[in-house]
Ligand binder design. Structure first.
Ligand code: PEP
Ligand code: MN
Length: 347
């Protein structure tokens, strides 16, 4: 829908606009109002170049799109009936809980295994654990491929599927070859379109699930949903959207908590929303409240950092990880709240 700056386009302007849209196999249908005329674009109006060329005309105020720029992720897409199941949970039917350490310590396998058992005992369905870590400081521990064996061994010992972050093609290959069930795209890489394409291509023929974190620098929701569209466009629709706090930070919290975008995401897309309260608030004492807020906002799942002994952990664990007892209580309360927010489906 083209909205001119003036009440209507002149004959010359209408001819120019018509010429542009015809290049993209569309046509113009004027809609004449009492005061103002607006111009509908009839046809597939998703081509960015067409929109940019129209918006570049000095006499055009703006172009509003009726069609969604992310056709697969859109709520009205055929994929809206797609269901994702992991760890015995069908998303939307039951609250999914992913939990585990921020970072797996390759020198301390026992801590990884004990944490895996503890999060299972606390009620988690999926074990998370960072093998490779995106660290702000280049001298901080960057992760170690040896941790991949520990993660998979923890999966065998507990029966829990596992989730880990990959940041490049080599890590992606290692993770898939090892049998990781869920790949995490971290906040720093959620805008790395070539990585999103590599992941989409690599999981196209598999049932792997991708947990896409929201970037710290994503503004409009379309940016987040379009990042998911990149992955899904290769053919695997197993995608979970993960708000994890954004910029600018809120004084006292690690990031600006953004679980409140959950209902907005659900209005635009069918994809399940799994909120990460840990990176959002960044301190263990605030995590349970943020997790419950996420459920109140309608989240389908939670991704929570947890550790049997946070102070012995590495990465974010000393600050952020919940102990197993706090995790268990948080999950118990979250499930209870879920029964209130999902009265029909609650079990
Ligand atoms: C993590 O999950 O440990 C992590 C680094 O997450 P994010 O990309 O959200 O910072
Ligand atoms: Mn972390």
């Amino acid at each position: 829908m083209i909205l001119p700056k003036s009440n209507r386009l002149t004959t010359e302007q209408l001819a120019e606009v018509t010429h542009i849209v015809e290049e993209f196999s569309c046509r113009i249908q004027p809609i004449v109002g009492a005061v103002r005329t607006i111009y509908a674009i009839v046809g597939d109006e998703r081509d960015e170049l067409m929109i940019d060329r129209l918006e570049g005309l000095g006499y055009i105020d703006r172009v509003d799109r009726i069609q969604s720029p992310h056709k697969l992720m859109d709520r009205r897409s055929d994929l809206a009936t797609h269901r994702i199941t992991l760890g015995g949970v069908m998303l939307g039917e039951k609250l999914l809980v992913i939990a585990g350490p921020c970072t797996i310590d390759p020198k301390n396998p026992q801590l990884c295994y004990e944490t895996a058992h503890a999060v299972k005992e606390a009620g988690a369905h999926v074990l998370r654990g960072g093998v490779w870590k995106p660290r702000t400081n280049p001298y901080s521990f960057q992760g170690d491929v040896k941790s991949l064996d520990l993660l998979l061994e923890a999966s065998r010992r507990t029966g829990l599927p596992v989730d880990t972050e990959v940041m490049d093609e080599q890590q992606l290959k290692f993770a898939l070859d090892a049998g990781v069930h869920m790949l995490q795209v971290g906040a720093r890489n959620a805008l790395n379109y070539s990585l999103l394409c590599s992941i989409g291509r690599a999981v196209a023929e598999r049932d792997t699930i991708v947990l896409l974190k929201r970037s710290l620098h994503m503004g409009p929701l379309n940016e987040f949903i379009s990042a998911a569209e990149y992955i899904v466009s290769f053919g695997n629709p197993n995608i979970l959207l993960c708000p994890r706090g954004t910029s600018p930070t809120l004084d006292g919290y690690r990031n600006h908590p953004d679980e409140s975008i959950t209902p907005l995401l659900k209005e635009k897309t069918w994809a399940p929303v799994v909120v990460d309260p840990s990176h959002s608030v960044g301190k263990a004492t605030y995590v349970p409240a943020c997790a419950l807020a996420a459920v109140a906002y309608g989240a389908d799942g939670l991704c929570i950092e947890a550790h049997v002994s946070p102070n012995q952990g590495i990465g974010d664990d000393p600050k952020q990880a919940l102990t197993p007892d706090v995790l268990a209580e948080t999950i118990r309360q979250a499930k209870q709240l879920w029964t209130l927010t999902h009265p029909v489906k609650a079990r």
